[in-house]
Design a protein around this ligand. Structure first.
Ligand SMILES: Nc1ncnc2c1ncn2[C@@H]1O[C@H](COP(=O)(O)OP(=O)(O)O)[C@@H](O)[C@H]1O
Ligand SMILES: [Mg+2]
Length: 306
């Protein structure tokens, strides 16, 4: 079915005693989409995921997966879902290889050629006991099992927090492959730049509430890079360049500047700056904090990012 709603979370609330972990979470994930679930530590990402998985019961609102109730129908839902937690706990005395097969067995899957391919790709030594593995290696084990599982929905809770850049890249490629096969992916992270490339839609959560949801394009204003630059000759035309905001020249000669630039205009702006002979250049991707600041600025009636 086209545009089938795989995951639907509406007005979700969750309290632990007096702690209101979730106050208003709304998420929609369609077939073949990757949804980035972004927010700082303690914002409520894992709690939301645990409700979606039916591990804890919501205190209000609703969560449905494949049109079924996340709590009541969790057994049925789990047959068609793969999950990798942020902190992977594994049986200490099994080897990595035994663990992968065990995880596959538990979800009714078998060790396939793809499993071997993943083990090779992630360069995992499967002969070691789990208790000797680092956090990153434990994560790899869970990721290998998840990626070699054939289901419709994949949920990754901060999956790359222990991975080095090379493995992070493999992860990104494998997520792209799932998407190509029409699978749906929910991906949580507290680092926007780690997941933004992979996601069709991003939902931003802060203090238990989803405060912004949209396509990356619609949030382009939120994904500006900060540029600090020094050139040999004056940066003519920069003030009129498309996608350049908050331009601030640091000297009268206009050879030192700081500004922010829309992600999709970086190339054109760099071409322009090259004409002034770049001497020094530093770009910083937007942090979640920048993003929240912008959000609150826009809330106060100012145009976002201006
Ligand atoms: N079992 C629990 N009991 C009490 N408070 C909890 C429990 N689980 C989570 N919380 C609280 O809920 C909030 C959200 O936590 P969490 O969902 O783990 O955030 P995130 O995954 O975004 O870092 C935090 O304030 C956390 O302390
Ligand atoms: Mg978490």
């Amino acid at each position: 079915m086209e545009n089938q709603l795989i995951l639907d979370v509406q007005g979700l609330k969750k309290s632990f005693g007096k702690v209101q972990a979730l106050t208003d979470v709304n998420l929609q994930l369609h077939r073949g989409e990757v949804l980035g679930f972004i927010g700082p530590n303690g914002a409520g990402k894992s709690t939301t995921i645990r409700v979606i998985l039916g591990l804890i019961k919501e205190s209000g609102g609703s969560a449905t997966v494949f049109g079924e109730d996340a709590w009541k129908d969790s057994v049925k839902i789990h047959k068609n879902l793969a999950y990798v937690p942020g902190d992977v706990y594994l049986w200490p005395n099994l080897t990595g290889g035994q663990t992968i097969d065990m995880l596959l067995h538990m979800s009714g899957q078998t060790h396939t050629a793809k499993t071997d391919e993943l083990i090779k790709e992630f360069k995992l030594d499967t002969s070691k006991k789990n208790r000797t593995y680092s956090k990153g290696n434990r994560q790899k084990i869970a990721l290998i099992a998840a990626f070699s599982t054939d289901v419709d929905l994949y949920i990754f809770d901060e999956p790359t927090s222990g991975l080095d850049p090379l493995n992070e890249l493999i992860f990104q490629q494998r997520v792209a492959e799932l998407k190509d096969h029409g699978k749906s992916v929910l991906l949580s992270s507290h680092i926007l730049s780690e997941v933004e490339k992979m996601c069709d839609t991003i939902a931003i959560i802060r203090e238990g509430k989803v405060i912004e949801t949209g396509s990356l394009e619609s949030m382009q204003h939120l994904t500006r890079n900060v540029v600090a630059i020094t050139t040999a000759s004056p940066m003519d035309g920069l003030d009129k360049a498309k996608g350049v905001h908050q331009l601030n020249f640091k000297n009268d000669q206009h050879t030192i500047a700081e500004f922010t630039v829309d992600s999709d205009e970086i190339g054109a702006v760099m071409d322009l700056l090259t004409k002034s002979s770049i001497v020094q250049l530093k770009t910083t991707p937007p942090t979640l904090e920048d993003l929240f600041l912008r959000y609150y600025h826009s809330d106060a009636g100012q145009k976002v990012g201006e």
